[in-house]
Every structure is written in structure tokens, then in C-alpha cells.
Design a binder for this molecule. Sequence first.
Ligand SMILES: Cc1cc2nc3c(=O)[nH]c(=O)nc-3n(C[C@H](O)[C@H](O)[C@H](O)COP(=O)(O)OP(=O)(O)OC[C@H]3O[C@@H](n4cnc5c(N)ncnc54)[C@H](O)[C@@H]3O)c2cc1C
Ligand SMILES: NC(=O)c1ccc[n+]([C@@H]2O[C@H](COP(=O)([O-])OP(=O)(O)OC[C@H]3O[C@@H](n4cnc5c(N)ncnc54)[C@H](O)[C@@H]3O)[C@@H](O)[C@H]2O)c1
Length: 471
Amino acid sequence: MPRKKEVVSGNFVKYDAVVLGSGPAGEGAAMKLAKSGKRVAIVDMREQLGGNCTHVGTIPSKALRQTVSSIIRYQRDPMFQKVGEWKQFTMKQVLRNAHKVIQLQVDTHSRFYDRNKIDIYHGRAYVQDKNTVMVFSADGITETLVFQQLVIATGSRPYRPDILDFNHPRVFDSDKILDLDFSIKKIIIYGAGVIGCEYASIFIGLDHKVDLINTQHKLLSYLDDEISDALSYHLREQGVLIRHNEQIDFLETFDDHVVMHTQSGKKIKADAILWCNGRSGNTDGLGLENVGLKPNSRGQLTVNEQYQTEVENIYAAGDVIGWPSLASAAYDQGRNAGGNMSGEEGLKPVTSIPTGIYTIPEISSIGKTEQQLTEEKIPYEVGQASFRHLARAQITGDTVGELKILFHRDTLEILGVHCFGNNAAEIIHIGQAVMNSPNNTIKYFVETTFNYPTMAEAYRVATLNGMNRLF
Ligand SMILES: Cc1cc2nc3c(=O)[nH]c(=O)nc-3n(C[C@H](O)[C@H](O)[C@H](O)COP(=O)(O)OP(=O)(O)OC[C@H]3O[C@@H](n4cnc5c(N)ncnc54)[C@H](O)[C@@H]3O)c2cc1C
Ligand SMILES: NC(=O)c1ccc[n+]([C@@H]2O[C@H](COP(=O)([O-])OP(=O)(O)OC[C@H]3O[C@@H](n4cnc5c(N)ncnc54)[C@H](O)[C@@H]3O)[C@@H](O)[C@H]2O)c1
């Protein structure tokens, strides 16, 4: 519903704060600013709110992954196998569910703006000076917004190297793959970061052949070694061909296939290539030179601990500031920026962030890895619980997985929790809550009664396993 705007003179509208981008960072900032009594506007060049997170990033990829998981679950359950026949699903079919979820998310989030009386402008924002933004809408209308404070939360987009022609129908990035409308049997996924690994799980789950090309020596090397090894093992077991330490030399494109040549002299043929190697911050064309802000070579902005840029009244949050480039962190960064802009004191920047990787099996972790603790010479012990021994996992059939707790052998303080297997991203939060409490000790898991049967039982099993190692 359009709201009455305060037109100051001529054609411009005045706000306390303007937020550029309606992804999680922009939303977090806008809501916080509005709740603090400020008159706020949000600008997004998409026709719908929600940012890349809702339209091309987190939400569609997770909805896709959920559908693929359901297909796998259905396939492996002998009871259902008798009822229906296994049939191959195309990407287009599984995308239907994702589109439904996107719309539900857009509706939910649009209501938040409405309820908080935040004005919405759809169009490309251009920063004219440190108090003015122009908004160019798709239908040719230009609005001028005058503000006291600005939040840049314009997010990121897939990095597109010059050597690839992304206009070719068989060359995809993680945005374009959501429009795949023809059948493929084999795909090359180039880049084995989080996006590459998640899409490898999706395509192998849909019974495609997958070549996952990793430019590094192992998958997601920042993870605990055991978890990274488990991911490699399970992806390979499902049929993904992982090639480590490879770099693209060039790509040949044909009407019905592509051939990738690697710098090591290999030739890999597939029906399509999905490029998942890196993202760039959305700062080009934003007019930042008009206020003296210079993004780095990846289009990212530098901020201080208050999420303030070098220009006093301009803040930035989310993917546009780089690490960790997660929706989870982006929302909190935005909220934090909004709090600082409203004069709240004592806010701490967002630093303790769990990892949640929605591969099959799912991966999640918080705190330090075994490699880090060993390097830091911290005397830790390990407690492990394998999912296959848990009643709940046996009931659901999700027996692939493990929970590993790393704790200080003298103080029993939890130093890290690492998990792979179904619902790992939820399970981790139990460990995170205890780690963040003033009484951080693994004893919590043996002194507290949990529901049974649950996956939370893994914490008790892992703790007892670890305590038995102490002497
Ligand atoms: C495939 C994929 C899967 C992911 N999965 C996860 C996950 O499971 N968990 C997780 O935590 N994170 C995940 N992420 C990362 C997550 O999506 C991002 O961290 C998050 O979207 C960043 O939010 P943001 O608010 O910074 O910006 P974005 O969500 O990128 O939104 C920015 C908005 O700004 C708009 N904009 C840009 N320039 C302008 C301009 N000049 N004028 C007006 N509007 C503009 C854009 O159109 C966009 O709508 C995933 C990302 C991808 C690509
Ligand atoms: N489940 C999740 O949490 C989840 C899922 C998907 C994506 N994400 C987020 O999305 C981001 C992107 O993931 P990804 O897998 O594409 O890549 P990545 O960030 O892991 O990077 C892959 C490679 O590309 C390089 N690179 C990155 N940006 C570049 C640029 N602009 N130019 C040149 N090289 C560049 C990196 O150095 C790296 O070698 C990650 O930061 C991740 O946190 C998170």
C-alpha cells in the first residue's frame, strides 16, 4: 500500500535514513532504524523485496535442496518404493517448489515493511552526494531522496570472468542456473566453495553426472579436517567426481555440449557448466566516487566496528563488506549498523558465526577446529557420537553423520563443535548456546535431561565418549 510521502520542495522526499538493498542486511538495518523512531526508506532494483538472498541465493538453493533430499529419502525407503516407481525429476520440476517458497518469503517480508511504515522504492539507486540518492525505476521515473544517514546493503553477485560467455545457453552461474529449462545429464561445477559443493549435492541427488572442479587441494579447507574428509567421501560415494588442484584454461562451447580444458591438460565434456568461483560486491554504478568511497578489487567496502564507512553518515553491511558473506550474519550486521546509527551504545560487531553448509550430508560447526587447537598447543580432548547409534537416527533413517565436541581437557570448556549429517545446522545451535553461556562446560550435557529419542542425544553420547578419554 503506498504511503503519503513528505515532499519537501520540488520532487524530493526527505528521510532520516535511506537503506539501499532489501536483502537480510538492508532489512535488518531498516527495521532497527524504524523501531528507533526514524523515518526510513528502502530502495531495491528488483520488483520484489527480499534481496538476492530470497530470489537467487539462500532461499531457492535451500528449497531445491529440500526437494532433492525428499526424493532421496523416498528412493531409499523400501515402503515407498513399492507404492511408486522411481522417476527422474528435471531441474525445472524441482524448481517449482523453490518458486513457491520465494513468493511466501516475499509476502512475509513485504508485510514487515508495511507494518513498520517504511517507504519502498523499486529502482536502481545512485548516490549523488552524501545526502542525496537518485532512484531510477524501470519505467523511467526518477525519484530524489534526501537523507541524513545512508546504509549500503547492495549485496553481491556471481563473479563472471572474461574467459566465459555467460550469454551461451550452456554456461551458467548460480543466478542463471535457476532458469535452467532444458534437460541435462552431465554438468561441470567449477569452484568447490560452499556454492559449488551445495550444487554438487543437488545435481547428484537429481541423478545427474557431476564433475566438481576444485581449484584448491581439498574441499572447504577451513572446516575441521575430519568433516571436510567426510564431505569428500560422501560426495564421491554418491557419484560426484572431484578433481582437486585444477584451474580452467579455456572453455569450448557447442550447441549441445561444452568442453572444459584445464591448465593441467585435461579435457572434460558435459552438457553444461556451472561457474561457482567467487562473488563481487554490488558497488559499481552506485556513484560512490561522488562521496569519496573506493571499493576494493572485489567491489567490497571497508567498515569499522560500527559498520560505518570512511564517510561519517554512510554505513554498510552484508555481502557488500565481504566476510563472512552469509545471510545469517548479514541480518545481524544490518541490525547492528542500524543500532549504531540510532545512537545505541556498547554494540559488539558480529564475529561468532556458525557455519551451516547445506550439502548432503549437511555440515555445521562453531568454534575451533582440531587443526587450530593443535597449532595453538591447547590441550583438548575429543568426544564423538556417530548418528548410526542414535535411536532417533535409526527411526528416521538418517544414520549418516557424526557430532564431534572439542573441549579443554583440564577445564572441560567447549572449544569447538563440528557436525555432519541431516539437520546438522540445527543440531549445532545446542552446542553454540552452551559455548556462549557463562558456564561453558561439557558437563552440561551429562547433567541435563534431554528429550528421548532426539538427535540432541548426540551431545550426551559425545560428552561421555570424550570424558572416558580423560585420565
Ligand atoms: C546460491 C547461494 C546460496 C546461499 N546459501 C546461503 C545459506 O544457506 N546460508 C547463508 O547464511 N547464506 C547463504 N548465501 C549467502 C547469502 O545469500 C548472502 O550472504 C545474503 O544474500 C547477503 O545479503 P545482503 O543483504 O548483503 O544482500 P543481497 O541478498 O545480495 O541483496 C542485495 C539487494 O540489493 C539490491 N541492489 C544492488 N544494487 C542496487 C542498486 N544500485 N540499487 C538498488 N538496489 C540494489 C539487489 O538487487 C538485491 O536485491 C548463499 C548465497 C548464494 C549465492
Ligand atoms: N550454506 C551457506 O552458508 C552458503 C551457501 C552458499 C554460499 N554461501 C556464501 O557465498 C559466498 C560465495 O561462495 P562461493 O562458493 O562462490 O565462493 P568462495 O567465496 O568460496 O570463493 C571461491 C573462490 O573464488 C575466489 N573469488 C572470490 N571472489 C572473487 C572475485 N570477485 N574475483 C576473483 N576471484 C574470487 C576465492 O578466492 C576462492 O578461491 C561464500 O562466502 C559463502 O559464505 C554460503
